[in-house]
Design a protein around this ligand. Structure first.
Ligand SMILES: Nc1ncnc2c1ncn2[C@@H]1O[C@H](COP(=O)(O)OP(=O)(O)OP(=O)(O)O)[C@@H](O)[C@H]1O
Ligand SMILES: [Mg+2]
Length: 349
């Protein structure tokens, strides 16, 4: 038998990397926001604070949570570039585990993983992602995990797995999974307990970043230029006035900024609801996952009024996918859940 590598399930989204692993029998998860800029930070200036200075090829990068020069990761090419490699390694370091050789299971948006036309697996893209993550990278004055093996899974759909298996649905039940992430809106229809996946949908233009961009603009207009990270935190904590005041310099603009955010949230909800209804008119149940899930919940409930509590916001929706993938790949749980998961959907459908 070959030596089993430690495994990490990584939903490396465009705005946040979610890492789940099993440590002493416990499922653990970290969410690591992507906020990197070029060049290195000076350690001397930041005594007591951890500095993460990386090198890929000849390019230097650093983790910088508050920089307004943070490099954009909210585009699809991110899945195959330096920033993805960087964000995965950085997220792994946030687990607190000691760097060692590992196997990772990462994700690709449904529409990258499958050819949208025929639902066939896009092996070229999957391989491109694998190769990208096996590239050389180094951390100044520190050690990184060695990625020895990479497996790629589709985003979104597996996030609802435990729910499906624990709900008594029959082979005719159609479940709509809506994943509202930072950059993309992904949807899929699962038949039964993962007996089949009957349709997939992906839209790279609808995501929480619509709200983030508006928040950043509004902040900049109030002399408070901020990173994506700060803008996102403001969206999450928009009802916490103390926090709001701490990030907005020009206090006279607070009401305006908050209103702008609310408008964008409802625009996001309307767009997701519209696309969802177009994609799946009458599903039997709806699962909401992804970091934007709570933002769109109201709009989705209104779009499917007859479903009532069959519209479900999954607990901790942002990390649902990495947790489920982790459980699916866990050595001891694998036998139990392996059968019903149709991750190779489209291949022989
Ligand atoms: N509780 C919350 N309320 C509002 N927004 C949230 C909450 N939790 C996370 N978010 C936002 O959700 C977004 C990230 O969601 P998620 O991690 O699902 O995206 P992603 O996987 O990085 O993106 P994508 O799937 O599009 O590549 C961020 O903009 C984040 O600020
Ligand atoms: Mg995502």
């Amino acid at each position: 038998m070959t030596h089993a590598l430690m495994k990490f399930a990584i939903d490396d989204g465009s705005t946040n990397v979610k890492v789940s692993w099993i440590e002493n029998g416990t499922l653990k998860t970290v969410v690591s926001p992507n906020s990197f800029r070029k060049d290195w930070k000076s350690a001397a200036l930041l005594r007591g604070q951890k500095v993460f200075n990386y090198t890929i090829g000849t390019t230097k990068y650093t983790y910088d949570a508050t920089s307004d020069k943070a490099l954009s990761t909210t585009h699809i090419e991110y899945q195959y570039d330096d920033l993805n490699l960087l964000s995965v390694h950085h997220a792994l370091l946030q687990t607190g585990m000691t760097p060692c050789p590992i196997k990772i299971i990462v994700t690709l948006p449904i529409t990258e993983y499958y050819n949208p036309d025929d639902c066939q697996r896009n092996d070229a893209k999957i391989e491109a992602k694998r190769q990208n993550l096996m590239r050389e990278i180094s951390l100044n004055k520190g050690e990184l995990f060695q990625i020895a093996e990479v497996e790629v899974m589709p985003e979104s759909l597996p996030a609802a797995l435990s729910h499906l298996l624990n709900s008594n649905c029959n082979e005719f039940t159609k479940s709509l999974v809506i994943d509202c992430g930072g950059t993309t809106l992904d949807m899929g229809i699962i038949v039964g307990e993962f007996d089949d996946v009957s349709a997939i949908y992906g839209n790279n233009e609808i995501g929480v970043s619509m709200v983030t961009d508006a928040a950043r603009k509004a902040l900049a207009a109030a002399d408070s230029d901020s990173s994506y990270l700060v803008a996102n935190e403001l969206i999450k904590r928009r009802h916490d006035m103390e926090f709001v005041r701490s990030v907005v310099n020009d206090e006279s603009r607070i009401a305006q900024i908050l209103e702008r955010i609310e408008i964008k949230i409802s625009e996001l909800g309307d767009q997701v609801a519209y696309e969802a209804k177009k994609f799946a008119k009458n599903p039997n149940r709806v699962y909401l996952v992804g970091g934007g899930a709570s933002l769109i919940e109201k709009a989705i409930r209104e779009a499917y009024p007859t479903l009532g509590d069959k519209v479900m916001l999954i607990d901790n929706p942002q990390s649902a996918l990495s947790r489920e993938i982790c459980l699916y790949h866990a050595d001891d749980a694998a036998a139990e859940v392996a059968e019903p998961v149709m991750l190779e959907v489209g291949e022989d459908a």
